[in-house]
Design a protein around this ligand. Structure first.
Ligand SMILES: Nc1nc(=O)c2c([nH]1)NC[C@@H]1CN(c3ccc(C(=O)N[C@@H](CCC(=O)O)C(=O)O)cc3)CN21
Ligand SMILES: CC(C)C(=O)C(=O)O
Ligand SMILES: [Mg+2]
Length: 279
């Protein structure tokens, strides 16, 4: 399994870091086999698998369930688990207990926290306590209510400069990487140049130190709104739809199950069953 030191080295060697989300064991297995450097158990699971229309309703218990499942499927990949909405703001005791559960029970190697401000101190306390932390700047979906929608961030010089200052503060606090979401490519590039820790971009252009995408977006799986920055490398929804419809049709038409999906008794057993009288 790769370590935070490996990710640091990859940045120094200009080797791109790949991260993908996985929310269940089979997905994690496939993502691991694809050779991804890191798995993210993201709170976007609330939207892509639990059917919520934002990440706000996601709980620590939800994150734990899916982190455990991902770990069972990918035993040898570094897993980052999102701390969900308002699970790291009330006080350090609560924050620590959740990070502890995600690592001890869930098997996560690190946690990810959105934002800067008071979160910077929280990140330094977690790091001091031995918890590897990933920051998350730019579009921070847990703040959708405050941001007023899922919008591109850092478009003007002031907000771009603020992003750089926040990223430096997260680095200073001990974060070992930062996810930067939905910012102009020039800002993604600048952040990667100004920071010593890896910048993992999503909708942040090609010049960040790494990229992260949501599994379902990569596969074209599901009917949720796919952000403009996500690329679908397949379109599996119609394939699933066709298989499910064909199954329904074949049951109705008695085409399924066929002989090869059925079990049969021996002739002897069958005659025993009918009391020696042939059917
Ligand atoms: N399927 C999925 N993929 C994701 O990447 C993702 C989620 N869900 N849920 C959690 C967050 C929310 N994300 C989102 C959701 C919507 C947009 C979006 O609609 N963006 C607009 C751009 C708006 C603008 O131009 O300012 C877009 O058109 O894509 C962006 C990120 C990213 N994350
Ligand atoms: C979009 C990524 C970075 C994320 O935080 C998630 O999937 O929850
Ligand atoms: Mg997230």
């Amino acid at each position: 399994m790769k370590t935070t030191a490996n990710f640091q080295k990859m940045k120094q060697n200009s080797e791109k870091i790949t991260m993908m989300t996985a929310y269940d064991a089979p997905a994690a297995r496939l993502v691991e086999q694809a050779g991804t450097d890191m798995i993210l158990v993201g709170d976007s699971l609330g939207m892509v698998v639990l059917g919520y229309d934002s990440t706000i309703p996601v709980t620590v218990d939800d994150m734990l369930l899916h982190t455990k499942a991902a770990r069972r499927g990918a035993r040898n990949t570094f897993i980052v688990a999102d701390m969900p909405f308002l699970s790291y703001h009330a006080n350090l005791t609560e924050t620590f207990s959740y990070a502890k559960r995600l690592m001890q029970e869930g098997g996560a190697n690190a946690v990810k926290l959105e934002g800067a401000g008071s979160v910077i101190n929280t990140i330094s306390k977690l790091t001091e306590a031995g918890v590897p932390v990933v920051g998350h700047l730019g579009l921070t979906p847990q703040a959708v209510g405050v941001l007023g929608g899922y919008r591109v961030q850092g478009k003007d010089p002031e907000s771009a400069r603020k992003l750089v200052a926040d990223a430096k503060a997260l680095e200073e606090a001990g974060a070992f990487a930062i996810v930067v979401e939905c910012v102009p490519e020039q800002v993604g590039k600048m952040l990667s140049e100004k920071c010593n820790i890896p910048i993992i971009g999503i909708g942040a252009g090609v010049d960040t130190d790494g990229q992260v995408l949501v599994y379902h977006d990569i596969l074209g799986y599901g009917e949720v709104h796919v952000p403009k920055f996500a690329k679908s490398y397949a379109n599996i929804s119609p394939i699933i739809e066709k298989a499910l419809k064909t199954y329904v049709h074949e049951v109705k038409e008695k085409k399924f199950p066929a002989a090869e999906h059925s079990f049969t008794m021996t002739e002897d057993a069958l005659s025993g069953l009918y009391g020696g009288v042939s059917k």
